[in-house]
Ligand binder design. Structure first.
Ligand code: HEC
Ligand code: HEC
Ligand code: HEC
Ligand code: HEC
Ligand code: HEC
Ligand code: HEC
Ligand code: HEC
Length: 202
């Protein structure tokens, strides 16, 4: 019996947390992520504590640490006061001002009934949280459209070389203009804007 219990505990500790399974029970986001309602900084931990789980699970269940993210300025409290963003993001996609492609997937998962779901999409069908459930930069730029690299980045991020994508290898300035870099030009817009000048060539 003791072995069986220990086995069950281990199974719970190892099983990934499924939002799909728990949302089906009719639980609200804030019943587990109460902290998000008043969080004013990305550094806050808005994941639930064991207490929340204990009402249904007698055995302890594993809760991971929040995933690291690059955004150092964002307030849930401030943005939640503005209502549900789903319609605004949908309008940007329809108007082709949304900067990240493919945008159809984003459109499909926008949730107009739940303010959290405009930014955290797809949790109803998620058996394990991933980056896909987190907002992307393009969502923010719908309302904060200024792009003036590197100055505009500091609105949301700490400045620094970590804001360059992996494609920008040393010597990229020379390499990018050779015609051999195979540039996906649409993908540059989100960080460099549609119109910019750089050292006289653009
Ligand atoms: C029954 C409790 C519960 C409910 C209800 C719930 N969550 Fe979660 N959520 C968790 C747990 C636990 C984790 C940590 C996942 C893990 O340990 O793998 C998590 C993780 C997350 C993450 C990822 C955090 C990260 O740093 O990776 C987001 C985003 C999130 N939840 C948003 C939501 C939203 C939005 C809703 C409502 C649609 C919701 N959750 C409903 C318990 C819950
Ligand atoms: C305007 C977009 C937006 C909305 C709306 C939003 N979030 Fe977030 N959420 C973010 C961003 C950006 C992050 C990453 C930065 C941070 O952690 O503050 C995040 C992170 C999280 C995390 C990750 C864990 C952690 O500790 O930071 C959880 C959980 C979460 N949000 C839950 C919620 C819940 C619950 C709601 C609704 C009550 C909600 N969010 C509404 C943008 C949003
Ligand atoms: C309202 C009740 C309720 C709450 C609160 C709740 N759970 Fe659950 N949980 C369930 C039910 C029901 C299942 C499905 C059990 C089954 O089918 O065997 C489940 C399944 C799980 C599983 C999968 C276990 C397996 O063997 O597949 C994990 C992991 C889990 N919950 C973690 C958590 C965590 C972490 C929390 C707290 C953040 C939590 N649960 C809060 C009701 C709840
Ligand atoms: C639907 C429009 C909308 C979206 C989408 C949006 N914001 Fe905002 N954001 C606002 C408004 C409006 C304000 C100003 C609120 C005020 O002054 O009370 C603001 C303010 C801010 C501020 C400044 C806070 C301060 O105190 O100066 C930051 C940082 C910010 N947003 C980051 C983000 C990030 C990161 C995202 C994406 C996850 C995002 N915003 C998405 C509308 C939006
Ligand atoms: C209005 C808020 C906002 C502004 C302004 C902003 N970002 Fe972001 N950025 C985000 C969010 C939200 C994410 C997604 C969360 C994450 O990856 O941590 C992100 C992600 C990123 C990433 C990681 C991309 C990935 O796929 O992992 C890089 C690199 C980045 N931003 C660079 C920049 C640069 C460069 C600028 C200025 C030209 C900028 N950001 C301006 C909000 C913003
Ligand atoms: C010597 C001239 C030259 C300089 C200097 C230069 N570029 Fe370019 N750039 C080019 C050429 C040529 C292309 C087109 C390459 C292709 O189509 O493969 C290009 C393409 C690009 C693109 C792709 C989108 C577009 O507008 O075609 C971006 C983004 C870009 N450059 C950014 C920059 C930035 C940022 C700087 C300054 C740090 C810079 N470039 C400096 C010549 C230059
Ligand atoms: C995630 C954001 C992001 C994306 C996407 C992006 N860049 Fe950049 N890029 C940056 C940042 C940040 C810098 C450094 C700006 C500074 O500090 O002046 C930079 C600098 C450059 C430079 C100058 C050389 C260097 O490495 O500093 C060139 C050339 C350039 N980018 C071209 C491109 C092209 C071409 C694309 C599309 C194929 C692109 N970038 C996409 C963020 C980005």
């Amino acid at each position: 019996m003791a072995d069986l219990l220990q086995g069950l505990t281990l199974a719970l500790l190892l099983a990934p947390f499924s939002h799909q399974q728990h949302l089906k029970l009719g639980l609200e986001c804030a019943s587990c992520h109460k902290g998000a309602l008043s969080s004013a900084r990305p550094a806050d931990n808005n994941l639930p504590t064991q207490e929340v789980c204990r009402s249904c699970h007698e055995q302890p269940v594993a809760i991971k640490q929040p995933s690291p993210n690059l955004v150092t300025r964002f307030s849930h409290l401030q943005h939640l006061k503005l209502g549900n963003f789903a319609a605004v993001i949908a309008a940007a996609i329809d108007g082709k001002t949304y900067h990240t492609l493919p945008a159809e997937t984003v459109h499909k998962h926008l949730n107009t009934n739940n303010a959290c779901g405009a930014c955290h999409r797809g949790l109803e069908g998620s058996t394990q949280v991933s980056k896909a459930n987190m907002p992307q930069m393009a969502d923010c730029l719908v309302c904060h459209p200024k792009i003036d690299n590197p100055f505009s980045c500091e609105f949301c991020h700490d400045p620094g070389p970590h804001l360059k994508p992996a494609s920008h290898v040393p010597g990229y300035l020379d390499f990018h203009s050779t015609g051999r870099a195979n540039l996906d030009k649409q993908s540059c817009v989100i960080c460099h804007g549609k119109r910019f000048t750089c050292l006289g060539c653009h």
